[in-house]
Unconditional design. Structure first.
Length: 389
């Protein structure tokens, strides 16, 4: 793939497949995985017309190959202002969020039975199915390494001024395992303790995001989690998937209604329902929590369209710390995989994350149509064996 403007993307965005000079490829480089970078428009970061010297990273465009990063006589050159470029990509400014019709219904879509909702979700996400040639389509799934590669090479040739003026966040470090869950409905609570007991047996406490004003939460279960070292987070207002599309005052009104739950568990983290996210939402959320789990490094999971922050490590943007979710464990089920295939599906991504120092941030849902059943719990237990090894 050369440059493209996929559906659901800002019309000024150019998504280009990139390549890296072999001598500068890290050990974690995967020749079969996605390697793409969004190029910022001129009003975000004015680009250099040409780069001198030897090209180390380049993009394939409809107009031919263009150098993104070069070096001459030991001096590095980059096509766009790096801080602006990084904010553009990590903030997903290249992506336009689409609003599905069901988020405009006059009634809550949870009135539809869970198994039926899952069938509808499969239909909605069918057009976002990863292709067999995962390295050719953007974003690569489960691995999209393009921006990580660019940052790695830039940090390597420019040690005096690393990409974000803090070398540690752009260079590999030991990958942290974070287990997260979203309890969308009351149907999920009977499976919470069963799931947590498996995790705790592996020595891994977890984060449980709970809807603030939807089905009444099971406080006994939540208290049980906290007593065992787990964390409670907020999963929006009532999971009608409207939150990210509302104006700031309405978002704030909804989050204010969740303050009793926030106060009871000293909630400091948030994940938006169904991965819907917007700048307006984040600008309000930062006044309630300090950490957000709503972004994915490579996103084919949100019904609002493909994208992702293309980054696997925590970062701060607009006063909020974002922890990208990198292992949405259940999502291959939407595209025809069985529970028994999930661990092998994710194993290459886990190895890649360990190689590049990215966070291994897992997400599941305890509802019966997702991970709240015996087959999925067996698969999840197997995943934890891999993560604990």
């Amino acid at each position: 793939m050369s440059s493209a403007e996929p559906s659901g993307f800002d019309r000024t965005a150019r998504i280009c497949r990139i390549d890296v000079e072999p001598a500068y490829r890290p050990d974690w480089f995967d020749p079969d995985a996605g390697a793409h970078v969004p190029l910022p428009p001129g009003d975000v970061a004015a680009g250099r017309a040409t780069l001198p010297g030897r090209s180390l990273v380049w993009a394939e465009t409809d107009a031919g190959r263009i150098s993104l990063l070069s070096q001459e006589a030991g001096e590095p050159y980059i096509r766009y202002d790096w801080p602006s470029w990084k904010r553009y990509v990590l903030g997903e400014q290249y992506r336009t969020l689409a609003r599905p019709l069901y988020t405009r219904l006059p009634f809550h879509y949870h009135r539809v039975p869970g198994p039926v909702r899952r069938v509808i979700a499969k239909l909605l996400l069918a057009q976002q199915t990863p292709t067999g040639r995962t390295g050719r389509a953007f974003p690569g799934f489960p691995i999209e390494q393009g921006f990580e590669l660019l940052a790695h090479v830039w940090a390597r040739v420019n040690p005096d001024e690393p990409p974000d003026n803090a070398n540690k966040s752009d260079l590999p470090s030991q990958s942290a395992v974070v287990l997260t869950h979203d309890v969308d409905t009351a149907e999920g609570f009977p499976w919470v303790q069963r799931t947590a007991k498996i995790e705790l047996a592996h020595g891994l406490p977890s984060v449980w995001h709970v809807v603030g004003r939807g089905d009444p939460p099971d406080y006994a279960v939540l208290d049980w989690l906290v007593e065992r070292g787990c964390t409670i987070g907020l999963h929006g207002y009532n999971h009608d998937n409207k939150l990210a599309f509302l104006p700031a005052d309405q978002i704030r009104r909804r989050l204010d209604a969740c303050r009793p739950l926030i106060k009871r568990y000293d909630i400091q983290c948030f994940r938006s329902p169904s991965w819907f996210r917007s700048d307006t939402l984040f600008d309000v959320v930062k006044d309630y929590v300090t950490v957000d789990y709503s972004r994915l490094d490579t996103d084919r999971s949100c019904p609002g369209g493909i994208g992702g922050c293309l980054w696997t490590k925590p970062f701060t943007l607009g006063g909020l710390t974002h922890v990208p979710t990198t292992i949405p464990f259940e999502d291959p089920l939407y595209w025809g995989h069985d529970a028994e295939q999930l661990v092998n599906f994710w194993r290459p991504k886990i190895d890649w994350l360990r190689g590049c120092g990215g966070g291994i941030v897992v997400n599941t849902h305890p509802e019966p149509q997702f991970s709240g059943n015996a087959r999925m719990l067996r698969a999840y237990d197997q995943l934890l064996d891999v993560l604990a090894s």
